[in-house]
Design a protein around this ligand. Structure first.
Ligand code: DX5
Ligand code: ZN
Length: 229
């Protein structure tokens, strides 16, 4: 249990022809962070948005922009996404051969720096960079598409990272992404996640604001109120 839990709607399930309106819906309903999925057709078998769209979104919302780079050679594009207004950036460990350099670069540029792990990638791949991480994005589906089914074996990875956080070996946040909805969000919260990405469970619903509020209500039970002295 942490002192803060954030819900990050993913626009992947939104109506892209009315993106500003879609974003306003969740911003007005109290979304904390906006999750933007960048796909290149190489690292994942799908193509989405690039820096120009992120820059346009930046102008239409005050939400923190969490840019999830599902692209090969992410190091070539970091500057573009920073210039476009990304607040958080995650690269995939499977796609970046120079994680230490990437994470230092992000931090030097004032970006909240994260690494994403595919379901088949062990947490141990981050052992040597744990001290540099502001967040780890644990994929709970195989990246590439919205609306997939949550993979239960990823819960153990969330628990492991939570244990590292409890022992102070890791001081960053624990973000989860893929197949999460009001029906299973308690499972990832129980395991230790504190940033919850949800696409179809929010923008795929008739009433996105209501869906977000429901997830915020459930996650509210997991927030520890700090003791006052
Ligand atoms: C999947 C993306 C996710 C996606 C989640 O590759 O990284 O952020 O939008 O969508 P849902 O919540 O529908 O699984
Ligand atoms: Zn994502």
């Amino acid at each position: 249990m942490g002192t803060r839990i954030d819900i990050a709607p993913s626009i992947l399930a939104a109506d892209f022809s009315r993106l500003a309106d879609e974003i306003k819906k969740v911003e007005n309903a109290g979304a904390d962070i906006l999750h933007l999925d960048v796909m290149d057709g190489h690292f994942v078998p799908n193509i989405t948005i690039g820096p120009p769209v992120v820059a346009s979104i930046r102008k239409s919302t005050r939400l923190l922009l969490d840019v999830h780079l599902m692209i090969e050679r992410p190091e070539y594009y970091l500057e573009d996404f920073i210039r476009a207004g990304a607040d958080w950036i995650s690269v995939h460990v499977e796609a970046d051969r120079h994680l230490d350099r990437t994470l230092n670069f992000l931090k030097e540029n004032g970006v909240f720096a994260g690494v994403a792990l595919n379901p088949a990638t062990p947490l141990g791949s981050l052992d040597e960079v744990l001290h540099l991480l502001d967040f780890v994005l644990i994929m709970t589906v195989n990246p590439g598409f919205g609306g997939q089914k949550f993979i239960p074996s990823t819960l153990e990875k969330i628990r492991k990272l939570k244990r590292l956080a409890q022992s102070d070996a890791y001081r960053g946040r624990i973000e989860v992404d893929g197949g999460i909805d009001a029906g299973n969000v308690s499972k990832v919260l129980d395991a230790g996640a504190d940033v919850i990405v949800a696409g179809s469970a929010i923008f795929g619903r008739e009433d996105a604001a209501q869906a977000l509020l429901e997830m915020k209500r459930i996650s509210g039970r997991y927030i520890k109120i700090p003791e006052t002295v």
